[in-house]
Ligand binder design. Sequence first.
Ligand SMILES: CC(C)(COP(=O)(O)OP(=O)(O)OC[C@H]1O[C@@H](n2cnc3c(N)ncnc32)[C@H](O)[C@@H]1OP(=O)(O)O)[C@@H](O)C(=O)NCCC(=O)NCCS
Length: 317
Amino acid sequence: MAELPVLTERLVVRRFEAGDTAAFAAYRSDPEVARYQSWEHPVSEVDAARSVAAFAAADEGAPGWFQYAVALRAGGDLIGDVAVCLHNNRMQAELGFTFARAHQGRGYATEAARCVLDRVFGTGVRRVSAECDARNTASVRLLERLGFGLEGCRRGHTWIKGEWTDDLLFGLLAEDRAHAAERPDRQEIFACRPNLWVSDLTAALRFYADLLGFRVGWRWSDARSCFLDADEPTEPGTALVARDQVQIILTRTAGSHTTRLHLDVHTAAQVDRLCREWRERGADIAEPPFVRPWGMYEMRLQDPDGNVLRVSSPPAR
Ligand SMILES: CC(C)(COP(=O)(O)OP(=O)(O)OC[C@H]1O[C@@H](n2cnc3c(N)ncnc32)[C@H](O)[C@@H]1OP(=O)(O)O)[C@@H](O)C(=O)NCCC(=O)NCCS
């Protein structure tokens, strides 16, 4: 196996070092990052230093956990970690990953985990397993992107942060990886992300994030030609917001360019639930849900630029 560090397109995957302690403590202390994980936040500098020292001293090829530090090639900041637990038989392993919130939604976790999986499978490992909290949709999407198959759900299996939670079980075999690249039935176009033109990016983000509960994936500054850190104010440019399976890109552009988005929801009860949730958050539901002449149960609202969001499901039976 080649020595660490390994360079990917945008990242450095390397061993942990003492200088990583502050960044490690910071992202592991973020309640959002710790939400579905076993550790308690905040993570003190002392505990972080102890963990980092243990990671730095671990043997990559030996059975047990090895923690890869992931840093940006540009600037060298530590942005997350990918963990692998090699089984005693050296033919099976477990995978885990944790990334700082400011560096999520940019494909860094995918890029780093692919690099680590290349290394792990490169040593002759034939199966990698992963588990995650069933509510952890970002983790599920990442595992699916990496080619993992869902193998089951252990309902009410883990007691974590005061509640019993469902665990999803995933697996990836060496042969799955080898075949995935050239499978003829592989979906090519697998998602469509509308790009809305908005006159005020800050107002649009407030609407989608604060009122509709979308997560802000990333924000880009046109003037500085860079992604903005979480604590920087929004600047004219582009941003991505996501909720469940839906991603919307918002680009600040002068003038009026309104459009309509159709958001598909599985059941009428979910449309009602979203209507209640968004009203409670202060959104103005321009047209509350009712069954339209074409048979769909639909509500409508408008974003600050006049884009119409049509949220619909089949009617209740
Ligand atoms: C799980 C976790 C690592 C996933 O991180 P992530 O940022 O969503 O994953 P990636 O870095 O691969 O980014 C993928 C997202 O970036 C978007 N993206 C933007 N630019 C991209 C690019 N160049 N390449 C790929 N994806 C890109 C993708 O569309 C995708 O968005 P989506 O998940 O909304 O569909 C992260 O949520 C995390 O650290 N959570 C806290 C710790 C945790 O729960 N760990 C898992 C325990 S099982």
